[in-house]
Design a binder for this molecule. Structure first.
Ligand SMILES: Cc1cc2nc3c(=O)[nH]c(=O)nc-3n(C[C@H](O)[C@H](O)[C@H](O)COP(=O)(O)OP(=O)(O)OC[C@H]3O[C@@H](n4cnc5c(N)ncnc54)[C@H](O)[C@@H]3O)c2cc1C
Length: 404
């Protein structure tokens, strides 16, 4: 019997994952099993992109999952991508979440929905085989949480646009072939409504760097060093008009189709990261003997881990629901934000509790817990800070007054 759900949908409830998602879980798990915690810790220490894992995943079809089949990909949706991202993080590759967000997320998902046939044909086959990588340039020194305030400008010049401005924290540029650059073709002060005048461009990164029109400097950072995150300068960057992604001045809805998958993949990475931390903590709690018994027998050690397991399952459910809604083309903003909030929180709680469970050994670089701890912490602040999600839920869902 059909019933109305809180989101207004009608239909039978079915919580079984589709076969496609189960196949992704098995496939990514078997590749990821070759890349243990020591591998990810080594890449992190050496500030090195996990090239071997990337190509192995791509060869299995697990990077090109969301590329439509006609361009050589798996033709799957965000749900399958989220399962892949979660599975990689659960194997210990917590910073692997960046890998899934940048190229299959920003690149493939966005082009599949909004690219022209020419853009798709030129770029997507490379995403499918792992030879092409993506970055997203949104954040600016004066516009992070408030994306409406960006000031990077794009102005018409014949058949081209000229882009000028600065971005900050842009991840993955050292390997990126393409950057989705978010610009204003109408300055924020003149835009009516405030969301008007956004235009997204596909930037050929290597060409722009070679011409001196794009430069970047990696920011030394606390974790996630398998990719760099950089300060970026555009200096009269010339881009042909056929590189506009979506329509001129009307990029804001396109941007949401970039940001919602990013948040859902971040949530999935959080759920996987929580599982990775729980696995480590439980193994250690079973083996470490203090006062003649395993520390995991103490309820002060055991119960927080059990509580986090329950929260992980809840965050996973909401992540899958948000991904499913996105794939159906249904409104998914509230569910996406709840998934991102809870996925990031549980990843942090799990890493923090694993740290506690390890006692002094948590502080040793010999154990991966310190890396998981660093990777998990930033998830509460990016890609959207939890305060901004709470503000959204408070104002948009609960109908409370705005503070800003
Ligand atoms: C490792 C890393 C990788 C990143 N990669 C990318 C990338 O690839 N591409 C990209 O475009 N960006 C990237 N970012 C940027 C990231 O998306 C931003 O850092 C994030 O959106 C937060 O913006 P902000 O840092 O400017 O914080 P701010 O906007 O300055 O906010 C600072 C703090 O104030 C709080 N705050 C602000 N306003 C309110 C309010 N009204 N009520 C309550 N609290 C408020 C925020 O929640 C936050 O805690 C990355 C950042 C990091 C650290």
């Amino acid at each position: 019997m059909s019933a109305a759900s809180p989101s207004g949908l009608r239909g039978d409830m079915d919580f079984t994952l589709p076969d496609t998602a189960l196949a992704v879980r098995d496939g990514v798990r078997s590749v990821a099993a070759k890349y243990d915690h020591a591998y990810w810790s080594r890449c992190e220490e050496e500030h090195r992109f996990p090239t071997e894992a990337w190509h192995d995943l791509a060869d299995g079809g697990w990077i090109g999952l969301s590329v439509p089949e006609e361009y050589g990909g798996g033709g799957q949706g965000l749900l399958e991508l989220a399962v892949a991202c979660e599975t990689l993080a659960a194997s210990g590759g917590t910073a692997g979440t960046f890998l899934y967000i940048l190229t299959p997320g920003f690149g493939a998902m966005t082009l599949a929905r909004h690219g022209t046939p020419e853009q798709k044909a030129a770029i997507l086959p490379g995403v499918a085989d792992g030879s092409v990588q993506f970055a997203l340039g949104l954040t600016e020194p004066d516009a992070g949480s408030n994306a409406l305030a960006i000031s990077t400008s794009a102005r018409r010049d014949g058949d081209d646009f000229l882009i000028d401005g600065q971005k900050v924290w842009i991840s993955g540029l050292e390997n990126a072939d393409w950057m989705i650059a978010v610009t204003r073709t109408i300055p924020a002060a003149e835009a009516k409504p405030r969301t008007a005048g956004f235009t997204l461009f596909l930037i050929d990164v290597k060409e722009a760097v070679a011409k001196g029109q794009l430069s970047y400097t990696p920011i030394p950072k606390m974790g996630g060093n398998v990719v760099t995150s950089s300060q970026v300068f555009f200096d009269d960057l010339r881009v042909p008009a056929d590189r506009v992604l979506g329509a001129v001045d009307q990029g804001f809805p396109v941007l949401w189709d970039v940001l919602n998958p990013e948040r859902i993949l971040a949530a999935a990475g959080g759920v996987g990261g929580a599982e990775a931390a729980l696995d480590l903590a439980c193994d250690y709690a079973r083996e470490r003997i203090v006062f003649g018994r395993p520390i995991g027998a103490n309820q002060a050690v055991q119960f927080p881990l059990a509580q986090i397991k329950a929260k992980t399952e809840l965050a996973r459910l909401m992540t899958y629901k948000a991904a499913w809604l996105f794939d159906q083309g249904l409104p998914c903003g509230n569910e996406t934000n709840i998934a991102k909030l809870t996925g990031a929180q549980v990843a942090w709680e799990a890493a923090n509790q694993a740290f506690q469970t390890y006692g002094g050994m948590a502080y040793s670089k010999e154990h991966p817990v310190e890396r998981l701890f660093r990777d998990a912490r930033i998830g509460k602040n990016i890609p959207v800070a939890e305060e901004l999600i709470l503000a959204h839920l408070g104002t948009q869902v609960l109908g409370l007054p705005r503070s800003y």
